[in-house]
Design a protein around this ligand. Structure first.
Ligand SMILES: [Zn+2]
Length: 259
């Protein structure tokens, strides 16, 4: 994506907001507190309110942009510059170009984004303990189109390599045509080194990976909701970056470092 494409796609704050909305809640609002799907939007405060539990959530709460005071459009530009500059971009330059008041702010923005990207090295295989799953990200339609068609989200194979402390270290995504064995098994072979231990929900394709030289263990539905939430946030922010890079193309794998 070059600068003019970016500008045409995200000309103002509203466009960025709509885009992030479609990534975060592709099928409409889901209450972060009770998971109910009915709510309303309060334009004056830019908050969503859940009809069931009255919880109020902003579009950004619990995401990479949690509690930010920086407009989304500046974040989008920031990510664009970081994602597209080949030699890396200086924080001072971004501070100046995006008129961000303090260096501290610009530094912390960079830090957060870096946590969600880097290492676009398709040669790197995940190894050791790897949690694998399918996730559904945004899709290429607008929110309105998606609501009309009902079907829409794009399936991705996602694998997360854990570090020594059980935290996520690297994550890889690949767009897949569907979530059946014929798509999942090749994705496993492509991204995960043989001999690794795959943790999954125990769905057939993953169990079958045992026949391909992997060790497999069933993932017990997370007893730690915070961990599950954290994974969701990673997926959201990585999904956003993917969307930016236009990297939804099949076979175009991207690895993000979560360190
Ligand atoms: Zn609720």
């Amino acid at each position: 994506m070059v600068l003019i494409d970016f500008y045409e796609r995200f000309p103002d704050e509203q466009a960025c907001w709509n885009h992030f909305l479609s990534l975060r809640w592709p099928n409409g609002f889901i209450c972060p507190s009770c998971s109910a799907t009915k709510g309303c939007f309060k334009p004056s405060r830019k908050l969503f309110e859940c009809y069931s539990c009255k919880h109020q959530a902003s579009l950004t709460s619990g995401t990479l942009f949690h509690k930010t005071r920086i407009p989304l459009s500046k974040w989008f530009w920031f990510i664009f510059f970081m994602a597209t500059s080949k030699k890396g971009v200086s924080m001072l330059y971004l501070q100046e170009q995006l008129r961000i008041s303090t260096y501290r702010t610009v530094w912390s923005m960079g830090h957060k984004i870096r946590q969600g990207m880097i290492v676009r090295d398709a040669l790197y295989d995940l190894h050791g303990l790897v949690e694998a799953d399918e996730i559904f990200i945004g899709g290429k339609q607008t929110l309105a189109e998606r609501r009309k068609s009902g079907n829409s989200k794009t399936p991705f194979f996602m694998a997360v390599q854990e570090n020594d402390h059980g935290g996520p270290e690297f994550v890889t995504f690949e767009e897949i045509e569907g979530v059946y064995e014929t798509q999942i098994l090749p994705a496993i072979e492509k991204h995960i080194k043989k001999g690794s231990k795959i943790i999954s929900d125990g769905e057939g394709s993953y169990v079958k990976s045992k026949e391909q030289g992997y060790d497999h263990d069933r993932y017990i539905e997370s007893q730690d909701p915070e961990m599950a939430h954290e994974k969701r946030v990673y997926a959201d922010s990585c999904g956003l970056i993917l969307a930016f890079l236009g990297n939804g193309g099949r076979n175009a794998a991207t690895i993000f470092s979560l360190r």
